[in-house]
Structure formats: C-alpha cells, structure tokens
Design a protein around this ligand. Structure first.
Ligand code: CAA
Length: 380
C-alpha cells in the first residue's frame, strides 16, 4: 500500500490551497450573507482547469485523476463549500456523465465548453416527490418522433440559474418504471423551460439552487443520452462518482473547521494558559483530527478505486456517509472551541457548521448511503 501523493498531485493540491486562500477567502462571508454566486471565482476555477478535471484533453479537460480531484475538492471546501459544490456538480455529475455515456456529437457540442469552464452544467434528478426515491420520476418525456416533449418540475437544482447545459432525468415509459426513464441534455433558454426563484438556504448560501419548470419543452432526439430507457442507470452511475466528490467536500469542511479551531485554541488564553493546554480542548482536538484522518482515508480510497477502474459504489457511499457525519461533528466542536466567537460570522466556523449539513442530504442522504452499503454487504 502506498499512502504518498505523487509530485503532481501535491502540486495540484497546493494550487487549490493557494486559490482558496487568495481567491475564495476574502469574499466568502459576504457571499454567504447575501447569497451571492461566486461568478468571478468560478471563472478562474475554469481557467485553472478545475471544472473539467478528469475529462480527457481531447474534450478540453485537464486529464487528471480522481485522487487529484478529491484533493482539490478538499482544499476548496476548507474555505468555501458554495464554490466547491459548483466544481463537484460540473466535474462529477455533468462532465463525467457526458464523457462516459454521451455520443461523440454530444461531447463535441456540450462537453467541450463545460470541461473548459466556458459553460456550467446542472444535474436535474430531484423532484418535489422524488428525491431519495429516484425511480418515481413524475417529469415526463413523451416521444414525439424526432423530439421529446418534456413536462414537469425539478427541485433543489445546484447551478439552477447559472448553468447553460442541464442534464434532465424524465420518465418516458411509465409502465416500465426505472427501465422507462431517460436522461436528456436541455439547453438554457429552450422555450417552455423556466427557472423558479432562488432557494433561501441554511448553508452553501453562495451556491445557486432553484426549482426548474418544464412546460412542453421540445428536446431534440439527438439530445437523449444513451439508449432508450438508459436514464436511471445513467443517473445512478453518475451519482456514484458524485458521492466521492461530496465526500471530499465534507472532508474539506471538517478539515477547514478543525484548522481554525486548532489555531484559535493555541492563541486564546483562559485560566492563565492557551485553551489548547486544557485537556477538555486537547481531547476534542484529538478526536477531531482522528475522525478527519479516517474520513480522508475513505475518500482517497474511493477515488483511488475509481482511478484503478475498480468498482467504487460501496467505497463511495461509505466515504460519503462517514465524511459527512465527521463534517457535522467536527464543525459543531469547532464552534464550541471558539466559544462566543464561534457564534459570529467573522470567525468562519458557524458557516462551515451550516454548510456541513447539506453533505448529509444531497447526492443521496445518509439513509440512502446506508441502503447502498447494506445492500452491497448483504449481497456478498
Ligand atoms: N448503478 C447502476 N444501476 C443501478 C445502481 C447503480 N449504482 N443502483 C441501482 N441500479 C439499478 C438496479 O440494478 C435496478 O435495475 P434492475 O431492476 O434492472 O436490476 C434498478 O436500478 C432499480 O434499483 P433498486 O431496485 O435498487 O432501486 P430503488 O428504487 O430501491 O433504490 C436507490 C435505488 C439506491 C435508493 C436510488 O434510488 C438512489 O440512489 N436514490 C438517491 C438519489 C439521489 O442521490 N438523489 C440526489 C439528487 S442529485 C443531487 O443532489 C445533485 C446536486 O444538485 C448536488
């Protein structure tokens, strides 16, 4: 077993760390406060090649491995999870989905500008009544010969109003349940496609989350991804990789809060000494560091399995389940270590605590991860 990162991976990690400090940190409190999308920062992330990290250079991607991707996700998420979710959705769900399962024409037309960061993508699966129960899609895609007619509503869509390219999952043959579902590429501005108001969220407030409405939206047949009925498999396979990205986001949120708490505990004095010299605080830090390291191992292993071309369904769900729990636990403790300062925005940890919660919800709740894990271990 080799636990060392390569020179190249270390360089990529350092670039992401620098970017987070220089570009993300200065405005992060204000963006959170005013729910402001990090437009300029996302543009620069694209220029760095961080929006199409694992895509082949043939399609304008950076051709990096999944381990590098989780390193970047971790570093960005230490500072700004609202920016890192854009990186996660664009890389893991949209670019991966198109590169792995799109036609050559779809890759030329849609993947290239997404991988270069010129355009942003969104992944549209969740519905008012189909979040976890993804087979119960109510959005319909009626086959009209040379096009599909799309009708329905999608909820909580990341990059909802900033995306140009939307991957939309819809039901074509209701009687076939999950085997009758398709995935489509829908362009922003297509007649009948409207975007609802921005959600006012607890966390990742800088990210752009909306409902989407489809009312007799005509989607050309060539925009269906894969064979007729491939949509559910497409969503599941794509989400498997997405879960590694969100696990890395959770890891970064936890690590960011831990670093802040560690530094604060060395500076802040009480009862005549730094609070880190009190065992009550030192033991908290020991637990936080240990849980973060365990989460890191799960996240890196899942990414490594993906790079090896091995199955990562189980590892990805385990990584997401564990890292998101660690993110919650560690951020709560980071606030506690900061005391009253932890409760005010200037110290960053209250934001990280709010941001942590979504990692237990999106791309499959913790309960969904337990379903995937238990099914996997029980079927062996
Ligand atoms: N890969 C390929 N196929 C899969 C699969 C996978 N990982 N998981 C299931 N399938 C297949 C099964 O083999 C089965 O096919 P067959 O009948 O042909 O064998 C079919 O899909 C149905 O499987 P199940 O009977 O297991 O389906 P289920 O309804 O019981 O549940 C589930 C499956 C795992 C719970 C799934 O519904 C799921 O993952 N739900 C959560 C969805 C999710 O993550 N939503 C998040 C929204 S996206 C998001 O958050 C993006 C964002 O903006 C950040």
């Amino acid at each position: 077993m080799l636990f060392e990162l390569s020179e190249e991976q270390l360089m990529i990690q350092q670039a992401a760390r620098d970017f987070a400090q220089v570009e993300l940190k200065p405005g992060v409190i204000e963006r959170d406060e005013h729910q402001k999308f990090p437009t300029e920062q996302v543009k620069k992330l694209g220029e760095l090649g961080f929006l199409g990290m694992m895509v082949s250079p043939k399609y304008n991607g950076s051709g990096m491995d999944a381990v590098s991707y989780v390193l970047v996700m971790e570093e960005l998420s230490k500072v700004d999870a609202s920016a890192s979710v854009v990186v996660s959705v664009n890389n893991s769900l949209v670019c991966y989905g198109l590169e792995a399962y799109g036609s050559e024409a779809q890759k030329e037309k849609y993947l290239k500008p997404l991988a270069s960061g010129e355009k942003i993508g969104a992944f549209c699966l969740s519905e008012p009544e189909a979040g976890s129960d993804a087979t119960s899609q109510q959005t319909t895609a009626e086959d009209m010969g040379d096009y599909y007619l799309l009708n329905g509503t999608k909820n909580w869509i990341t990059n909802g109003s900033t995306a140009s390219t939307y991957l939309v999952i819809a039901q074509t043959h209701k009687e076939l349940r999950h085997k009758g579902i398709n995935a489509f590429i829908v362009e922003a501005g297509t007649p009948g496609f409207t975007i609802g108001p921005k959600e006012n969220k607890l966390g990742i407030r800088g990210s752009d989350t909306h409902s989407l409405m489809f009312n007799d939206v005509k989607v050309p047949k060539e925009n269906r991804i894969g064979e007729d009925g491939f949509g559910f498999s497409f969503a599941m396979k794509t989400l498997e990789g997405g879960r590694i990205g969100i696990a890395a986001q959770a890891l970064g949120i936890a690590a960011g809060a831990y670093e802040l708490a560690l530094n604060y505990s060395k500076q802040r004095k009480s009862f005549g000494k730094p609070i880190s010299d009190h065992q009550a605080i030192a033991f908290k830090l020991a637990d936080m560091a240990t849980h973060i390291e365990a989460a890191r191992m799960l996240v890196y292993k899942a990414a490594w399995l993906k790079d090896q071309g091995k199955s990562y369904t189980l590892a990805g769900s385990m990584a997401k389940l564990f890292a998101s729990k660690v993110a919650m636990d560690v951020t709560v403790e980071a606030v506690q270590i900061h005391g009253g300062y932890g409760f005010v925005k200037e110290y960053h940890v209250e934001r990280l605590m709010r941001d942590a919660k979504i990692t237990q919800i999106y791309e499959g709740t913790s309960e969904i991860q337990k379903m995937v894990i238990s099914r996997s271990i029980l079927s062996k």
